[in-house]
Design a binder for this molecule. Sequence first.
Ligand code: PLP
Length: 415
Amino acid sequence: MLDVNKIREDFPILNREIHGKKLIYLDNTATTHKPKQVIEAIKSFYEVYNANIHRGLHTLSQEASKMYEEAHDKVAEFIGADGREEIVFVRNSTEGLNLVAYAWGLKNLGEGDEIVTTLMEHHSNIVPWELVASIKKATVKYVPVKKDGTLNIEAMAEAITPRTKVVTVTHISNVLGTINDVREVGKLAREVDAIFVVDGAQSVPHMPIDVKALGCDFLAFSGHKMLGPTGTGCLYGRRELLEEMPPFLGGGDMIKSVGYDAKTGRCVCEWNMLPWKYEAGTPNIAGGIGLAAAVEYLQKIGMENVRQHERMLIEYTLKRVVDELSDITIYGPMDAEIRAGIFTFNVGDMNPHEVSLYLDKEWGIATRSGFHCAEPLHMLMGATKGTARASYYIYNTTEEIDVLVEALSKIPKKG
Ligand SMILES: Cc1ncc(COP(=O)(O)O)c(C=O)c1O
């Protein structure tokens, strides 16, 4: 198990006080805090070897390029990819999903084609597909979620047809905490030769991931949700697909050559090798190096230990809330085996924003309230005012959950 007290020493922000109370940070689904090791890696880049990459022959540029490239190797190893060629650094999960939707979708989708997804997606795995579908006259189909918060896999099987070209699903719902059986979904996608895209924003930071075992073609995730800097994220893509797809953004560094053809008056471009073909312009160099430090930090702890710690925290939460509190609606599966460390709830018919404000002001507890960028799911669940959400990570403790439960037991209820 994790030595949480020792881990907490690495996170300076956890010493903060909020409204006179010790900060209890339970908004990890939105973004996580950064350990000293990550902050130090970024500081060291700027203080010691700051330079642009892939451009200069001078020493600083060589050092920066090496560190930035090796950051890709670390991420590749972390998720079981075949090498840096399969790891594209992007700003966040959203950009990764847009990259697939546009670069793959514009080339391969046609009129009447189908994209099959679910009603438990984050907007970032809905909107890009809707945008590309409207350009290509394709259709997005949404598979419903069962009352217990799990994916309706039978309905998924029915929704997938020979017209299906893309199947895309979130690995873990950022609202329900449901851990979807993505391997099964992947099998369904393969039966019709559709590409299989996984939104790993909430899974890669919280459990061991092996992209080859998952059987996905693409996996998008956010560095800032796994101890890394903001403005970092990754898109894993199967090498053959990344080779054959056109680039997403054009500009410097993503080309091998740009030749001007005087006869046609046009420029002819040859793409750079993977993954740089998809990283146009000066990237977030410090961010990528910081992300590698985050990956190293998580590897030292062990991702199975991360998962088991969060499993324990959510099990503890669900039990205490069910046994001791009344008038709380819990959303998502009650079985911790298939649930991540995400506790989404409502208190009576209180507005979730009031709940979140109360927790912050009176108890120093940071939670999130609203639709969590998953409005269709909230409408399906009948949570028309949204929900409140407490979400955990490696530095959270059962003592912090005790404070949350006590705070909820004393909440002044208003309609
Ligand atoms: C499941 C899921 N997908 C995608 C995203 C988008 O992540 P980002 O804002 O880092 O792009 C989030 C963010 O909360 C998420 O929870």
